[in-house]
Design a protein around this ligand. Structure first.
Ligand code: SF4
Ligand code: SF4
Length: 440
């Protein structure tokens, strides 16, 4: 009789045994854990505070969604293989080697139930950057062939076609021409030199094209020298979200090379949270030296140009709730910018119970929205946010991330929610003051 359990298990392609996949993950975990990550992994005092900060834990009440538990294989590999007491852990068998079945079990914890929102870090007395460590653990998961298939497919498409949603350079050109004709606004493409390189999110190109028109209108009113380039326009980075550093670098370098080629002083990032993280905080690491340009999220650009008077708007007498994209506000540091924009519009901001740096994620960040297996979990997380926005009683709800908008649209359809999440850049474009007529 065949003893199936005695045979090595192979991955779907039959290329690697379980032992080889576990070894690939372990060596990546160990290689990626630098001084900061090691300090974090040594500092947990097991207080459990992080659980109450995580909306996946709050929505389900399940202990396995406690943030620090999501890092167990990473911690196990570090402590057993390279930590200062690794020989004790190994000799006494206190930490076992990471196995492929264990990693398969953790796939859900690292990808489906973590948006890398960083809220847990605020609750942690030791300041452990759990979101950063989840990103690091995903690198090992990817090397083991254990990133979720749907997320990998999206990332592969982005690597192959330059866009996760099929917004190839040809599609981009056609859409920009159509938008320019339809809305009578210049959509500047492939200017050889420009001060501002405008980058886009595929979600906007394919689903929310009004955001592109709004951006162009605002740049024109600001009198900016700007361009979009077909060599580097896609700001989303599914290489980063999936855990594939090679794809992440390739996508980031396209933007950096495009900016250098047109001598841009500013790279303007669109309404996308993780795009900000990928270029603003990780771009220099990809280039190997400081970036030779400023990186601004569109909300920062709006705030700066409204303050300087280059953009002028008509006031809007409405109340508004703002949804902070985690990667721009809490993890990006640009929490004030959208509030300055809303103030410049004369709107009354009604903050949600947890707002600004404490804001809950929409539930779809970190690639979770691209992974349909996580839908039920995501809806649970979304419900927390939805109720908080309703509780403000605001007339409008606005955000500055197209991925959040997509998550809200999907959540609204699921819950038959009678609200629509609007876009900050579209709101500003709608309220642009008319330019003074040119003199005789
Ligand atoms: S980063 Fe956000 S989603 Fe991930 S474990 Fe922490 S609180 Fe939960
Ligand atoms: S809050 Fe920080 S110290 Fe406490 S269990 Fe979570 S990660 Fe560990």
């Amino acid at each position: 009789m065949n003893d199936m359990s005695a045979r090595p298990r192979y991955d779907k392609q039959g290329e690697r045994t379980d032992a080889e996949r576990a070894a690939a993950a372990t060596s990546t975990f160990v290689r990626e854990v630098g001084r900061d990550a090691a300090l974090y992994l040594e500092s947990c005092i097991h207080c459990g505070n992080c659980a109450e900060a995580c909306q996946f834990y709050l929505a389900t009440g399940e202990a396995k969604y406690t943030p620090i538990w999501k890092l167990e294989p990473l911690k196990q590999a570090y402590k057993r293989e390279v930590g200062p007491f690794s020989w004790i852990y190994r000799t006494l068998g206190l930490k076992h080697a990471v196995t492929a079945p264990q990693l398969e079990e953790w796939q859900e914890l690292l990808y489906d139930s973590c948006t890398m929102c960083g809220r847990c870090t605020l609750a942690c007395p030791m300041g452990i950057d759990i979101a950063g460590l989840v990103g690091l653990a995903r690198k090992g998961m990817f090397k083991a062939g254990l990133a979720p298939a749907e997320l990998v497919a999206v990332a592969e498409r982005a690597e192959r076609e330059g866009s996760p949603l099929g917004a190839t350079p040809k599609v981009l050109r056609e859409r920009l021409e159509w938008l320019s004709d339809e809305h009578d606004v210049p959509m500047r493409l492939d200017a050889p030199r420009a001060d501002v390189l405008v980058t886009l999110s595929s979600i906007e190109i394919m689903k929310y094209p009004d955001a592109l028109v709004a951006t162009a209108r605002i740049l024109e009113q600001a009198g900016a020298s700007w361009t979009i380039t077909s060599a580097g326009y896609e700001a989303t980075n599914f290489g980063m979200l999936s855990g594939n550093v090679d794809w992440q670098r390739k996508m980031t370098m396209k933007l950096i090379d495009a900016a250098i080629a047109c001598s841009a002083k500013v790279v303007l990032l669109p309404e996308c949270g993780h795009a900000y993280s990928a270029l603003r905080w990780q771009g220099a690491e990809m280039l190997g030296k400081p970036l030779p340009f400023r990186v601004l999220h569109i909300s920062e650009f709006l705030a700066e140009n409204l303050a300087s008077g280059k953009i002028k708007v008509r006031p809007l007498d409405k109340t508004v709730a703002f949804h902070d994209p985690c990667q721009v506000s809490r993890r990006g540091g640009a929490t004030r910018a959208p509030r300055e924009v809303l103030a410049a519009l004369g709107m009354a901001l009604l903050e949600t119970e947890d707002s600004g740096d404490l804001s809950f994620c929409c539930g779809g960040g970190g690639g979770v929205i691209a992974n349909s297996r996580a839908d039920a979990l995501r809806y649970g997380a979304f419900e927390i946010k939805m109720k908080q926005i309703d509780a403000t009683g605001a007339e409008l709800a606005v955000t500055s991330c197209a991925n959040c908008r997509q998550t809200f649209d999907d959540g609204a359809a699921h819950f038959h929610w009678g609200r629509e999440m609007g876009s900050l850049v579209e709101l500003v474009a709608d309220r642009l003051a008319a330019r003074p007529a040119a003199g005789p």
